[in-house]
Design a protein around this ligand. Sequence first.
Ligand code: ZN
Length: 110
Amino acid sequence: MSGFEGLPDTRTSLVGITDEGDEAWLIRSISQKLYRCPGCHGEIMIGAEHVVVQYVKRIGGTEHHHWHRRCVEEILVGELRRVRRVSANESQRGKLESRGRRPAGRRRRS
Ligand SMILES: [Zn+2]
């Protein structure tokens, strides 16, 4: 994951595109409950820093998962295209859910 070590953090999120053409927003978070990481199927403990992966689908709609940071770095980021940094402010959940209300071709550029 060259160039993105330590990201996302509190100020900076990442966004890339999946093979399906969906946006994948990578957002730093602290877990409020126990989650299971889709990368390794292991647990993410309460209070642990981790990464929320919020998908904004090409056809509209959103979906999110909680991942270990190392699993994002070792597995997920390599599967995304055109990964770039964005302000964490741009990746607020409300903004992404609003973005998901339109299909990709009808979204304003961020
Ligand atoms: Zn994991």
